[in-house]
Design a protein around this ligand. Sequence first.
Ligand code: 7RM
Length: 641
Amino acid sequence: MLEDRVYPPHPDFVARANVSGMEAYQALYRRSIETPEEFWGELAEKELAWFEKWSHVFEWHPPFVKWFVGGKINASYNCLDRHLATHRADKVAFYWEGEPGDERRITYRELHAMVSRFANVLKARGFTSADRAIIYMPMIPELPVAMLACARLGIMHSVVFGGFSAEALKTRIQDLDARLVITADGGWRRAREVRLKDAADEALKDCPGVREVIVCRRTGSSVNMQPGRDSWWHELEEGVSADCPALPLDAEHPLFALYTSGTTGKPKGILHTTGGYLLGATMTMKWVFDLKDEDVYWCAADIGWVTGHSYIVYGPLSAGATSVLYEGAPDTPAWDRWWRIVSKYRVNILYTSPTAIRALIRQGEEWPNRHDLSSLRLLGSVGEPINPAAWEWYYRVIGKERCPIVDTWWQTETGSILIAPMPGATPLKPGSATFPLPGVVPEVVDFTGRPVEAGKEGYLVIRRPWPSMMRTIWGDPKRYEEQYWSRVPGSYFTGDAARRDVDGYFWILGRVDDVMNVSGHRLSTMEVESALVKHPAVAEAAVVGRPDEITGQAVCAFVTLKQGTWDHDHLADELREFVAREIGKFARPAEIRFAEALPKTRSGKIMRRLLREIVTTHTVTGDVTTLEDFTVVTRLAAEED
Ligand code: 7RM
């Protein structure tokens, strides 16, 4: 990793920033640690609207926490109603663009009416704050509308990403014991229809507890509607009032559960509640994205994963932002779709993932260079460590060396960003998520929980509870306790390896199970990958450790190549030497395999677990429900023979 380059914030950016200069950041941070009750209490009062004030800012009975105890609040009210009394009433909440090119522009006033009307539909069907809903929809405005309508009535929701299979949907419906499913006929992705209702029908064969299915019309294709169970969204809404007061809910009322893969085959339902979650999402919009009222903001993630929950729906709407919402793929109809959108809506803030950036790098600079990207003022990254080569490209080709990049570290479990730069304060180092946000006390520790020295690798833990942290695993508090709070007793165990450099910067090195040990050298898969992708022929690389009798583990690299004709035998040797030069001889891959594609989750994370299985057992048996394209794995495993 390049640790030597530092990018201080540009004076023009500092001058207008929400948090200007390191001293301001440090003062904020210090206060949050010294007097957390005061700090969070004041913010909650100032930044959110409450029906009733809390009696205690937080109650910590490790590992269970409550924030704003006794307070009454509603997330939907905070995202909508409170803006209607301000200049934001007729401000655009979403510029929506469908993949085929259809457009909608929705103001806060209009969104409020849509949400209220749909909430009245749910209320009339008898759903209450004791219910749970599964939402399985494409990226259309009705998806946030469904979430906010549930939140309005205290119906806990669980959004299942539209790319998930019927099987994955089924296990989530069953685990949640949901009575309500909200879906659509389909959505558009790479010019093809993703037939969601068909998948829902398949899943629902084994979900007798589901009483009602509400179907939104998006593609207009014909679907099966089961009488007595299924109804059309637009038919249910006929003649329904758009006046539906938001219910005052306990600050700790469940807002949503979002399923994520753990180390076992069974996905975990990560539970978030209302007050603390909303405060975390709202504050990070202002601190990390430096959000201004006049900004056009675009988080290009899918709402079906946590980034979309916190940074497309709850955070931006609570903060009163104008967002872009895009339904489809970045390569449809061509690889400049994103840059067309940026220039068309004059996007100021763009938030995406390293995997997307690398896919764009692979297509070449011509695509972004054809468009006017001068509206951009801030770029963000999330989901995995960003390798310095991708960082530099993002900075130069997209940000034109004008825009700070906020590398945001967080997890489904953390609810909102915990480690990231404040762009008007923090000098950036490419590949480092930099410093903790207010109230967050991360530390890098060894397996006994003791802090390791600067520069040394260890486990990343968080020492104190923060407002937006998960409250439990749905239906499994024991697993919550074991997985997150017992590895290092009293601290939250992130599952990530990290290093803190001599300047105090945090470098996240990837999941703990992605760390290899080669001849006694601890080596992150990420470091080797980062080296490989610097080679001009390499598009993407995934590295896993395979058991080796002599060295403990040996480095095995799966590599996809940029367009061109390459001599594989020759190139493998060259890449090995390249890595040896970049990191050291011990890091030299024992094996390089050229692949057509790498197995990834739908949020773009490379599933190294599968690659590890392929190199160790030559088969794949574990949970693959989060995989984007299963054929990638069968092809890789077949190449084995
Ligand atoms: C938001 C999200 C969480 C895991 C986390 C890390 C990795 C996420 C970064 C990162 C390095 C980052 N939620 N991760 N962001 N690693 N730098 N900026 O991704 O639950 O799906 O994944 O993602 O390993 O533990 S998640």
